[in-house]
Write a protein that binds this ligand. Structure first.
Ligand SMILES: NC(=O)c1ccc[n+]([C@@H]2O[C@H](COP(=O)([O-])OP(=O)(O)OC[C@H]3O[C@@H](n4cnc5c(N)ncnc54)[C@H](O)[C@@H]3O)[C@@H](O)[C@H]2O)c1
Length: 338
């Protein structure tokens, strides 16, 4: 018999790093992780890590010959800025990689006679506001509004949400018998800020970059205007959203894609908070007009009413707790010990 296992792709990334620790502390199933990169030694002890490419079908086949996958947390992706530099590579990883995993989850759902749960994080990059006036007029965007992404990453992820919904609700709709279908659930995150990892390749990275630079006493030039506003969330809330959505009873869910959010603030307000915590911080503003255009197309805030209603979502870290209890003390400690 195969062992039951939970798969995390992109496990060496920012969310993966935090998710592994939470899952290892609570789950009885084996954790199998996959990434192009190795894990930290601390996380490697908690899981069986497959270092390799998500697009390698032979690798995936070997994995399912050994493990009965019950849940997939599909985190592997090329993020928004990176994807703009290599759109075809982004399409391969973000779309073809996701399609391969959805096929795998679909087949495994048949084998098990029980849906494989497919958890997929998305982001505000799904949205595309045409101009700043519209952004100001629609400050709390709902899941179905302004789905006109302007980045390759946003387009890739929006399509994959549709694919996931298709595989969950309509797969083989013309067949005589309906198959057991996978159970796709997606959260659209705001920009995430971790105290323990530094982001790379995203376009909301200016927030966390400011904090980590200030804590190290390194000057930082923010690549957006001071008045730029988008929503953010502390990493522990992001992990808790993934776990909460995964454990919600299917009957309670009225949608497959949910917004979640915590707080919105401008880049200037972010800077103020960073300077209050690290008085010597040298943060200037040097907007990069092209990256600015991308951030301007993202909403200033998300409406997460449906997540709150359907699966009791609410962030534990508001803006003050995020900075005062999670980010500042832990980032300070992180760089003091080095
Ligand atoms: N960090 C954020 O602010 C944020 C916000 C919203 C949504 N998300 C989403 O959450 C997911 C994880 O984000 P993250 O911040 O941890 O990203 P990350 O860039 O830190 O991690 C992604 C990981 O995927 C791996 N990867 C890339 N291509 C791969 C491939 N072909 N095969 C195997 N592994 C591969 C990378 O090596 C990396 O470790 C992404 O899908 C992203 O879209 C992140």
């Amino acid at each position: 018999m195969r062992k039951k296992g939970i798969l995390i792709t992109g496990a060496a990334g920012e969310i993966g790093d935090a998710l592994i620790k939470s899952l290892a502390a609570r789950d009885t199933h084996d954790l199998i992780t996959m990434d192009l990169r190795p894990l930290t030694p601390e996380n490697a002890r908690l899981v069986t890590h497959i270092q390799g490419d998500l697009l390698d079908q032979a690798l995936l086949s070997r994995m399912v010959s050994e493990y009965e996958i019950t849940i997939i947390y599909h985190l592997a992706a090329l993020l928004s800025t990176r994807a703009e530099f290599s759109p075809e590579a982004a399409h391969k990883v973000n779309v073809e990689g996701t399609m391969g995993l959805l096929k795998l989850a679909s087949e495994q759902s048949q084998w098990r006679g029980d849906p494989v749960l497919f958890i997929f994080p998305r982001s505000i990059a799904a949205y595309g506001m045409p101009d700043l006036e519209t952004k100001e007029n629609f400050p709390h965007v709902r899941e179905w509004e302004w789905n006109y992404p302007v980045t390759m990453y946003g387009c890739n992820k929006l399509y994959c949400e549709l694919l996931g919904t298709y595989f969950s609700d309509h797969f083989r709709q013309l067949a005589a018998e309906r198959p057991v279908m996978l159970d796709f659930r997606s959260v659209r995150f705001p920009g995430l800020v971790s105290a323990y990892t530094v982001p790379s390749g995203g376009t909301s990275d200016y927030g966390p970059e400011m904090l980590h630079a200030a804590a190290q006493g390194v000057p930082y030039a923010c690549f957006v205007r001071p008045d730029t506003v988008i929503p953010f969330m502390a990493m522990p809330d992001a992990v808790s959203a993934l776990l909460k959505l995964a454990s919600a009873p299917a009957g309670k869910l009225s949608r497959r894609v949910y917004n979640v959010t915590s707080f919105s603030l401008t880049a200037a307000e972010f800077q103020e908070r960073v300077c209050r915590a690290f008085p010597g911080a040298q943060i200037s503003f040097a907007p990069d007009l092209k990256r600015q255009g991308i951030v301007d197309s993202w909403p200033a805030g998300l409406n997460d009413h449906d997540a709150r209603r359907d699966w009791d979502w609410s962030p534990e870290y508001d803006i003050d707790r995020s900075f005062d209890e999670y980010l500042v003390p832990n980032i300070r400690k992180r760089y003091q010990t080095k």
